[in-house]
Design a protein around this ligand. Structure first.
Ligand code: HXC
Length: 257
């Protein structure tokens, strides 16, 4: 498939999707959504791919949902289209997705980064939910995911004032897993993704599912889910191989990766 708003590449077993609307700072319109879903679902289905990196440009991961596309819509348009609901499909990608964020991740850009399984930020990254300054509020999960990730006080501060958070604050508050120098962002994200892609794919997907379960359910249900999935892993050849390799002091040769 030929893409117009994203660039799709592979690096070994890692699929790389780069948002590519430089003139609009990667603002997310319906074309980006369509292409991002197609590319991520294709990587999800590709047995040669074990993990995905989603990134933008040096200046912007994405400066938000496309304001110009939304501007003239009415309530009925938004409601009947169930505008933004399509983005949820991105969170149903089963293989791990690492968000590699440099520059602006604002509004829908911040929300898209939060849909990734974890975020590696460049020291230039700036996160924000500035929708309130446009007379609206986050519509792609910002009021919910940001609150779960950084807590109520900081989420309120961000969503009500529209201020940006720099990379250091984002790391301090748990929004991102690590901060790296901007020049090393893609390498670091690829290194993490390649590590994941070298491991047992069923074990990786089950682990992602279990961690995600932690914010979809109660602690006791989550712990029960974790235990059941953990038990089921003993049906994997990769469990036998991984533990045998440890005992035999050699590198594991996972069958399903
Ligand atoms: C459409 C956008 C855009 C956006 C930037 N552009 N952000 N177009 N939607 N979200 C366009 C600009 O119009 C401009 O196009 C070009 O990208 C470059 O942007 P500049 O503003 O000239 O760049 P700069 O001065 O460097 O400022 C960067 C910036 C600023 C601080 C990121 O662009 C900005 O504030 N953008 C909007 C951020 C925002 O409010 N995001 C939330 C969107 S709402 P031209 O053609 O003029 O060169 C959202 C969810 C809505 O995400 C949910 C509620 C329904």
């Amino acid at each position: 498939m030929a893409y117009e708003t994203i660039i799709v590449e592979t690096h070994g077993k890692v699929g790389i999707i780069t948002l590519n609307r430089p003139k609009a700072l990667n603002a997310l319109n319906s074309e980006v959504l369509k292409e991002l879903l197609a590319a991520s679902q294709a990587f999800d289905a590709d047995p040669e791919i074990g993990a995905i990196v989603l990134t933008g440009s040096e200046k912007a991961f994405a400066a938000g949902a496309d304001i110009k596309e939304m501007q003239s819509k009415t309530y009925v348009d938004m409601y009947l289209e169930d505008f933004f609901s399509g983005w949820e499909a991105f969170t149903r990608v089963r293989k791990p997705v690492i968000g590699a964020v440099a520059g602006y991740a604002l509004g829908g850009g911040c929300e898209l980064a939060m849909m990734c399984d974890f975020i590696i930020a460049a020291d230039t990254a700036k996160f924000g939910q500035p929708e309130i300054t446009l007379g609206v509020m986050p519509g792609m999960g910002g009021s919910q995911r940001l609150t779960r990730f950084v807590g109520k006080s900081k989420a309120m501060d961000m969503c009500l004032t529209g201020r940006m958070m720099d990379a250091a604050e984002a790391e301090r508050s748990g929004l991102v897993s690590r901060v790296v120098p901007a020049g090393e962002l893609l390498d670091e994200a690829l290194k993490a993704a390649a590590k994941i892609a070298s491991l047992s794919l069923p074990a990786v997907i089950m682990t992602k599912e279990a961690v995600n379960r932690s914010y979809e359910t109660t602690l006791s249900e989550g712990l029960r889910f974790e235990r059941r999935v953990f038990h089921s892993m003993f049906a994997l050849e990769d469990q036998k191989e991984g533990m045998a390799a440890f005992s035999e002091k050699r590198a594991p040769n996972f069958k399903n990766r």
